[in-house]
Design a binder for this molecule. Structure first.
Ligand code: KIV
Length: 259
């Protein structure tokens, strides 16, 4: 049965754990959907995974839209959420509404994800929700702020930093978000946030106490040449793919293909 936004509240109340995967094109979307993911995120990690950028910052709204439309064609059951790219929602609420609106209208997304929760971003989220656009938050390590944090490091390690992240999460819940990603923070902090909020927390590198877990599908499949410390490989498709492609090249050169 197709997943809808209101199920997340029920799942939280019933302590049913949520499985989330990312997708960046038609095939990755089909794989994640057929694997039974509850939510498929067209994460802006696709900037690094599919487009070869060093960070998520260069990704444009047009590039995201192009990928989101391909993902839409591959998702049948999961809830589809799209990340708003860097500087497509931070300038003002009108810009955020236009960017989020085009993901729903043109790509068929069912929600959008925004990074950060300080008062200004929470106000933007509230405006989106009041316009009928479901919102997912994202706190802790927020890759769009990589130049502020100085790298992709664990966040919330000091009591002050942990409290700031907790307050951001509370602000995001108050803004009307239906779920929130907690990225690369201490497990104890993720537990406190999960117990404090009534909305669904989705962890990535945030320990076992979240309401759900997300990984970047390229990491799960072992496609990337770089793996975050918290992301185990469930397969080694990069190695297998190179070996298969090499076998093809060898077969062509040695006249073993075609037979
Ligand atoms: O961009 C992304 O893939 C994400 C996940 C890591 C949560 O935001």
């Amino acid at each position: 049965m197709a997943v809808r936004i209101n199920q997340f509240l029920t799942w939280k109340q019933q302590s049913q754990t949520v499985a989330v995967l990312t997708a960046w094109d038609f095939i990755s979307a089909q794989m994640a959907d057929q694997a039974g993911a509850d939510l498929i995120l067209v994460g802006d990690s696709l900037a690094m995974v599919a487009l070869g950028y060093d960070t998520t910052l260069p990704l444009t709204l047009e590039e995201m839209l192009h990928h989101a439309k391909a993902v839409r064609r591959g998702v049948k059951n999961a809830l589809m959420v799209v990340d708003l790219p860097f500087l497509s929602y931070q300038v003002d609420t009108a810009e955020a509404l236009r960017s989020a609106g085009c993901m729903l209208k043109q790509a068929g997304a069912q929600a959008v994800k925004l990074e950060g929760g300080y008062p200004r971003m929470a106000a933007t989220m509230k405006a989106l929700v009041e316009s009928g656009i479901p919102v997912m938050g994202h706190v802790g390590l927020t890759p769009q702020s990589v130049h502020l944090t100085g790298g992709f490091y664990k966040q919330g390690k000091s009591p002050e930093a942990a409290d700031r992240i907790l307050q951001e999460a509370i602000a995001i819940e108050k803004a009307g978000a239906f779920a929130i990603v907690l990225e690369h923070i201490p497990a104890e902090l993720a537990q406190v946030i999960t117990e404090t909020l009534t909305i669904t927390t989705i962890g990535i590198g945030a320990g076992p106490h979240c309401d759900g877990q997300v990984l970047v599908t390229a990491d799960v499949l072992g496609l990337s040449d770089w793996q975050p410390p918290f992301a185990p490989r469930y397969a080694n498709l990069r190695e297998q793919g190179i070996a298969a492609a090499k076998q093809f090249c060898d077969d062509v050169r040695s006249h073993n293909f075609p037979k």
